[in-house]
Write a protein that binds this ligand. Structure first.
Ligand code: DGL
Length: 291
């Protein structure tokens, strides 16, 4: 790469807007990098779909992002990482980073954005919450067992969280009631850490912490994956040069009525210009959204 670094964007995708929590962390740690984000708002949620369908959607999106000349791909969706990561790694030559290994690594060995959950014996007790697909895939249990044999893993599928969060019902009493239902039983598990195995969940982290108790460390899978991506780009000499201004491109497969408000909550700032695209391999269209 030239002295000016690699100016190509980092490709990021999610089933919807949740992956913006990973982009938020990318913006924080790599402010000079360009991001090309794809949110599959036309087909969210992925968490109730089959491995085959999620893999097909992931391949279509990755191909779309490849056409935007990305230098690496961050799969900012736990469901897609659980089902499609190996296929994506095999199909594309650029580096592909998922959310499972970075979050599992931080859960059992520490590092990342916080202090270690457990420093030695006894083996840690880790909770995992995510979509039905992520939990059913067993991807976290496998990663945790490989990283720290003996780790106790307690998993809970929380399928109603994604639609409620995408709806923007972050302070709604219904959300608290649903969260109590899902997490109440985990309080007795004496967990050291709870992996937020869905990139939508950081938006409701205060509520989850309140329900699970202050002694349980929450691990943000999207943010940890963003940190892992930053480390990979540094190690491989793929960072953009300091002299270039980043250029972000955001794409959605459907324009939801209030997506700007919800996206702002995920991203923590105004959304860069966003286009609606059909990412399938059928002839695709693109139109811009008037602000
Ligand atoms: N953000 C996605 C994840 O991390 C949400 C999954 C879904 O679309 O159901 O799994």
């Amino acid at each position: 790469m030239s002295e000016s670094g690699d100016p190509r964007p980092i490709g990021v995708f999610d089933s919807g807007l949740g992956g913006l929590t990973a982009v938020r962390e990318l913006f924080r740690v790599l402010p000079g990098e360009s991001v090309a984000y794809f949110g599959d708002t036309a087909r969210v949620p992925y968490g109730s779909k089959s491995r085959e369908t999620v893999t097909r959607f992931s391949l279509e999106i990755a191909r779309f992002l490849m056409r935007q000349d990305i230098k690496c791909l961050l799969v900012a969706c736990n469901t897609a990482s659980s089902y499609a990561l190996e296929t994506l790694k095999r199909r594309f030559e650029i580096p592909v980073v998922g959310v499972i290994d970075p979050a599992a690594g931080v859960a059992v060995t520490g590092g990342g954005r916080g202090a270690p959950v457990a420093g030695g014996s006894p083996p840690p007790r880790i909770g995992v919450i995510g979509t039905q697909a992520t939990v059913a895939s067993g991807a976290y249990a496998r990663a945790l067992a490989q990283l720290a044999p003996g780790t106790t893993v307690v998993s809970r599928a929380c399928p109603l969280f994604v639609p409620l969060i995408e709806e923007g019902w972050l302070d709604h009493p219904v959300l608290r009631q649903v969260a109590e239902e899902y997490l109440g039983g985990l309080r007795a598990e004496r967990l050291d850490g709870l992996i937020l195995g869905c990139t939508h969940y950081p938006l409701i982290a205060p509520l989850l912490q309140d329900i699970i108790g202050p002694g349980v460390r929450l691990i943000d899978s999207g943010a940890e994956a963003a940190l892992a991506t930053a480390g990979l780009l540094r190690r491989r000499g793929l960072l953009a040069g300091a002299d270039q201004a980043p250029q972000h491109h955001f794409y959605l497969s459907d324009e939801r009525l209030d997506f700007e408000r919800v996206a702002r909550a995920f991203l923590g700032r105004e959304l860069p210009p966003t286009a609606i695209v059909d990412q399938t391999d059928l002839p695709w269209f693109e139109r811009s959204i008037p602000h």
